[in-house]
Design a protein around this ligand. Structure first.
Ligand code: KG4
Ligand code: ZN
Length: 346
């Protein structure tokens, strides 16, 4: 089947056309088109996503991105749209556009809602991996909105075993970047700076590493970075501080090391406890090469197969929404076609 997918849950306006077939043991996906229009430039002056502006941008950009898909020869078999979790007005915008498209061009095509988190989770199907996922499996979704560990018994049976109690890992990257006067979104820039920094220059805390269970907490780590900057620079307001580049690189490297230490050690602990044979890694932060290297090394040591979503498909996109729609179609599960900002994975 051909799926036309729409993703507008946050600050990317994304559309994709994906061909899918096969059963869930070995489904095949072919991305025919995958367009992501980032709103980063619009939100950058504010240091984060401004919901009102994001909605307005989606409204403006959706028809334009649809045109960029080119002529769709045959009506798709399904239109899939993210219904949550995400920013409510942005979700509405996507759903409304999906409805309009159907009415105007594809009146016989069915319209389905998709869980954004399942999009990230199932994005591993878009890898060129020759090796299949082995179960049980542990999946880490690590993005700007979520940090979540899931246990999978088979392709369709996933259970959340832990999540962040406060900030998501990506969110903390963006906030620490702001303290370091790095423009939004800070993740990719912190990665670049960290490459030349010394990870051992500052020891930042590893929150909740020793606590039972698989929940995370990153807001304390963010505060530690803030206090460290205040102490070492003598500036009270970190946003004003100016420091030599090497200092910034060392802080970036040490901060990154702390976040990744927690993410990898908690994931590997889950691998050992549940006897997992594969680890899935997805979400915007999973594009980070240091994180991927750490996971590669630690998974090898733990005897688990790492299946990381390709870096280009880690961030929000609509191809992953098409994949999740296909899984839901085979599973015969449906979601209500209304914005569900707090939707999760049970
Ligand atoms: O998955 P995503 O596009 O959106 C959400 O669903 O949240 O993730 C965006 C997040 C941002 O916080 C961004 O700073 C972070 O992913 N990110 C990174 C990297 N690339 C994006 N964080 C660390 N290293 C990166 N290379
Ligand atoms: Zn996302």
């Amino acid at each position: 089947m051909t799926i036309l997918a729409i993703e507008t849950s946050c600050d990317e306006t994304a559309l994709a056309l994906v061909k899918a077939n096969g059963g869930l043991k070995a489904p095949k996906f072919k991305i025919l088109k995958n367009i992501v229009l980032s709103q980063v430039a619009v939100h950058r002056p504010f240091g984060g996503v401004v919901p009102k502006l994001a909605k307005r941008e989606h409204e403006k950009n959706l028809p334009f991105v649809f045109l960029r898909l080119g002529k769709i020869q045959k009506p798709p078999d399904c239109i899939a749209v993210t219904v949550g979790p995400g920013i409510a007005p942005c979700l509405w915008q996507g759903i409304q556009f999906a409805r309009e498209l159907r009415k105007k061009y594809f009146p016989k095509t069915k319209l389905v809602g998709v869980n954004h988190l399942q999009g990230h989770l199932y994005s591993f199907f878009l890898t060129n991996h020759k090796q299949h996922i082995l179960f049980p499996a542990i999946a880490l979704i690590v993005s700007g909105g979520h940090t979540m560990l899931l246990l999978g018994r088979d392709v369709v049976s996933w259970k959340k075993i832990g999540e962040t109690r406060d900030d998501a890992a990506g969110e903390v990257f963006d906030k620490v970047a702001r303290m370091l006067r790095i423009p939004y979104p800070g993740g990719p820039e912190i990665e670049k700076l960290a490459r030349k920094g010394n990870t051992a220059s500052v020891f930042f805390p590893r929150p909740m590493l020793k606590t039972k269970g698989y929940d995370f907490s990153f807001s304390g780590l963010k505060t530690s970075v803030l206090y460290y900057l205040r102490k070492t620079t003598g500036e009270n307001n970190s946003f004003e501080f100016r420091a030599p580049k090497q200092f910034v690189m060392d802080v970036a490297a040490s901060f990154e090391a702390a976040v990744f230490d927690v993410l990898s050690r908690k994931t590997i602990r889950a691998v050992r406890v549940f006897g997992a044979r594969s680890v899935l890694l997805s979400g915007g932060v999973a594009a980070n090469r240091h994180l991927r290297n750490i996971f590669r090394k630690e998974c090898r040591k733990a005897g688990a197969r790492l299946i990381a979503t390709p870096p280009k498909l880690c961030g929000d996109n609509a191809a992953m929404i098409a994949v999740a729609a296909y899984v839901a179609h085979v599973k015969k599960t449906t979601l209500q076609l209304k914005a569900q900002p707090n939707l999760t994975v049970k």
